[in-house]
Design a protein around this ligand. Structure first.
Ligand SMILES: Nc1nc2c(c(=O)[nH]1)N(C=O)[C@@H](CNc1ccc(C(=O)N[C@@H](CCC(=O)O)C(=O)O)cc1)CN2
Ligand SMILES: Nc1ncnc2c1ncn2[C@@H]1O[C@H](COP(=O)(O)OP(=O)(O)OP(=O)(O)O)[C@@H](O)[C@H]1O
Length: 198
């Protein structure tokens, strides 16, 4: 498929507008249903495991589906939770607890203040924010390339599992994909768990 940087940018604007248009009630319901979808589809992977699992999520921004209820479930389940911290065009991951201290990155998104960071490859699972997705595992992000750079050298079957979190309105038939786009292994939405063929 031929596509231009402009068409990707146009799609990004449309999909960002769609998620920002959701009401507060719709956002809260979506976030709650996400936990149910997680419990039905992914929980066995993280809970019935001999060693504590390490999971990255994000703080919702710009209408993104909010992982906070999911995070509270993880805290209760002794699953270690991490947040991304921008470092030199890539992401590193800082532990996220109820007593985290905060600083803001250049986009105004809060990041935990930390002295130690986890290497991205030591995570078991990463829940990625996204602007758009397709069921083939294509992901359109905010345009910084941060997740793509961070996981550029990851082989598909190596850890961590990369799973996108999205509102239903963020699904498209087929995204214009670039060579550097890192594929998602699955996408969790308030109404479904979509496993891709990656
Ligand atoms: N919640 C969340 N955290 C995240 C990401 C994300 O997508 N969502 N990121 C995923 O990689 C990184 C931040 N990436 C971002 C990239 C662009 C913009 C943004 O708002 N861009 C503005 C232009 C700002 C400018 O030019 O300085 C815009 O497009 O309006 C925000 C976050 C790390 N943390
Ligand atoms: N592995 C990589 N190495 C170098 N540059 C990269 C890499 N991956 C992406 N980029 C650069 O990052 C820029 C943004 O990429 P893209 O539009 O795919 O970001 P995105 O997936 O929307 O953003 P994000 O992952 O931050 O949510 C592109 O111009 C691309 O050249």
């Amino acid at each position: 498929m031929t596509h231009t940087k402009e068409s990707r940018q146009q799609l990004r604007q449309q999909l960002r507008q769609a998620r920002r248009s959701l009401s507060t009630t719709e956002q809260a319901n979506a976030a709650k249903h996400l936990v149910k979808q997680f419990q039905d589809n992914l929980q066995p992977l993280l809970i019935n495991s001999p060693s504590p699992k390490k999971v990255a999520l994000y703080l919702a921004n710009d209408g993104e589906i909010c992982p906070q209820y999911l995070c509270e479930f993880f805290w209760q389940s002794k699953i270690q939770t991490y947040l991304p911290v921008i470092d030199n065009q890539e992401l590193k991951f800082a532990v996220y607890t109820e007593s985290s201290q905060w600083q803001s990155n250049q986009y105004g998104i809060k990041e935990p203040v930390a002295t130690e960071y986890l290497s991205p490859h030591d995570l078991d699972l990463v829940f990625l924010p996204l602007v758009g997705f397709d069921k083939q595992g294509g992901r359109l992000g905010m345009g910084g390339g941060f997740y793509d750079r961070t996981f550029a050298n990851k082989k598909v079957h190596e850890e961590p599992l990369l799973i996108g979190l999205a509102h239903n309105c963020q699904q498209v038939d087929e995204l214009p994909i670039e060579s550097w786009d890192v594929p998602l292994q699955a996408i969790l939405t308030p109404s479904s768990f979509i496993e891709t063929k990656t």
